[in-house]
Design a protein around this ligand. Structure first.
Ligand code: FAD
Length: 498
């Protein structure tokens, strides 16, 4: 697609940058420079009904749903090949009441039940309107992707993720985010939706009435091109790839590994801050306490839920693993050396090997097999007697001091994988209404500026422990579905009232 020449007509409000004074970027940090250009119009050669910034699960879902509604759109993606955090993820999407659930005999789930689980995990602090909207939209979104775009879901029904009261985690057969991205991209390609790659969006064009007019994006050679639009959707995820913002907003994760996409640099928040948009839940994020080190891979929490434990260098357990992998990141980082060992036995090894990430970590040498407690203690570097006592306590019918109840003790041979705590993605972002319109500080909505997926504030409250597994792709898929519906209604009403 060819873009226009910069008209030079806009009044520029720059944000971020090394000398930025932004409260979110923090003074003196190297944030990308993002602009708001104020102008009565944008002189772009190309105009599209809906422009979508970011081609991860959220942007691609938005585009597919717009296509189904007969609305033209264009995706702008900074990378040469769209991947985002979505391709790095496990690709598990929680959704109630779907066709795939019913096909597997799970017929007692509902949006209401899912909403209860979301709020229980967040101790009631998840954004109420948004959580309700997502819980209601994600089932229809998952079904629509399947019925109209050939995304074939299976439901993971051999274990429950922490906080979920029903089996509702949907995945593609390979159980990977890379497979999900490939399927979404194939659907976008077969729908003929344009994806402009190597297009880093740096400017939002707005008129004085706060209506989005279009965007400016940079090409690798530094040229700026313009694209006009009727509706603008920000689907460019959060700030996990912006070290300065992580340091200032999530200090406990400042030195943690980041497992997500480094191109997610907080663009949406930087624009939002300059626009006077309301930001929400900036302290919320998805951590993970099972980031295999030094290999840098995810080991599924399924192993913990089914009886595995985390043991520190002193040979002790240090938290109730079944409460959640997100908060486990902080617990693991607080242990000596910031590491722990996931310890499990043969039946759990079989479960772990069902996940491609684990198989890769194993192939990279992460798995240690130990015939007995002495060998396991030597592997961990802890006192064998302390470790023996820790393992023995799992055989007791009484709950552990942290409240965890074990169904059985682990049996030798034991297996151990060294892990640390990592940041996976941020949950804070632009505050949005249930229809995904961005809200101003006073609570009023921008007419045609939407944000979804990780660009919007999530439904995990403002702390690491509020993250219910799957809240990330929930926001991306349900948010994309809702954003498309709002954008299509806006285009329709503009046609009726030109
Ligand atoms: C290891 C790992 C495992 C995970 N597993 C799960 C899971 O199983 N289930 C779950 O729900 N969540 C999971 N998550 C979280 C999940 O990956 C994210 O919440 C989700 O992918 C967000 O989707 P998105 O479309 O909002 O963002 P992304 O997929 O990150 O897409 C955003 C896109 O925007 C582009 N972009 C950013 N800024 C600009 C710009 N200025 N101009 C142009 N393009 C831009 C980026 O390049 C990127 O392609 C996991 C995360 C990690 C790291």
């Amino acid at each position: 697609m060819s873009g226009g020449v910069v008209s030079g007509g806009g009044v520029d409000v720059g944000v971020g940058g090394r000398a930025g004074v932004s409260v979110v970027a923090g003074a003196g940090t190297a944030s990308p420079v993002r602009h708001i250009r104020r102008a009565p119009r944008i002189d772009a050669e190309t105009h599209v009904s809906v422009a979508i910034v970011g081609a991860g699960a959220c942007g691609l879902t938005t585009a597919l749903m717009l296509h189904d509604a007969g609305v033209d759109c264009v995706l702008l993606e900074r990378d040469a090949v769209p991947a985002g955090s979505t391709a790095l993820s496990s690709g598990f999407v929680p959704a109630p009441g779907t066709r795939a659930q019913r096909a597997q005999g799970i017929d007692d789930d509902s949006a209401e039940r899912f909403l209860t689980d979301i709020q229980a995990k967040a101790h009631g602090r998840a954004a109420a309107e948004l959580a309700r909207a997502y819980a209601g939209a994600v089932g229809p979104a998952v079904d629509a992707l399947e019925a109209r775009h050939g995304i074939e879901w299976i439901v993971l029904d051999d274990f429950l993720y922490p906080g979920h009261s029903r089996h509702r985690m949907h995945a593609l057969a390979p159980k990977s985010g890379a497979a999900l991205m490939a399927a979404l991209l194939a659907a976008v390609e077969s729908a003929g939706i344009p994806v402009v790659t190597r297009a880093e969006v740096d400017s939002l064009w707005m008129d004085d009435a706060d209506r989005a007019l279009g965007i400016g994006y940079r090409r690798p050679d530094g040229r700026e091109e313009l694209l006009g639009c009727d509706v603008l959707v920000l689907a460019c995820n959060g700030f996990g790839g912006n070290a300065g913002m992580v340091r200032s907003l999530l200090p406990e994760m400042a030195h943690a590994a980041f497992g997500g996409h480094v191109g997610n640099d907080g663009s949406a928040i930087l624009w939002g801050e300059a626009l006077g948009a309301r930001l929400r839940d900036l302290g919320g994020y998805q951590g993970h306490g099972s980031w295999v080190t030094p290999q840098g891979a995810l080991m599924s929490w399924a192993v913990m839920m089914e009886g595995g434990v985390q043991i520190n260098r002193e040979g002790r357990r240090f938290h109730d693993e079944t409460l959640g992998y997100s908060e486990a990141a902080v617990h693991v980082l607080a242990q000596p050396g910031g590491v722990a060992w996931n310890v499990f036995d043969e039946p759990l090894l079989a479960l772990a090997r069902g996940f491609p990430d684990f198989r890769e970590a194993e192939a990279a040498g992460a798995l240690r097999r130990c015939e007995g407690v002495a060998e396991l203690a030597a592997s961990i570097g802890c006192d064998p007697a302390t470790l023996q006592a820790t393992l023995d306590s799992m055989g007791s019918a009484a709950p552990a001091s942290d409240g965890r109840v074990f169904r059985r003790a682990l049996e030798s041979p034991y297996f151990a994988v060294k892990v640390t705590g990592a940041l996976f993605h941020t949950q804070g972002g632009l505050d949005v209404a249930g229809d995904m319109r961005v809200l101003r500080a006073d609570g009023s909505a921008f007419a045609n500026l939407l944000a979804a997926g990780g660009a919007a504030g999530g439904v995990s409250g403002d702390a690491v422990w509020g993250y219910l597994s799957g809240n990330g792709l929930l926001s991306a898929v349900a948010g994309g579905y809702l954003a498309a519906r709002t954008a299509a209604a806006f285009i329709e009403s503009a046609k009726e009232n030109p």
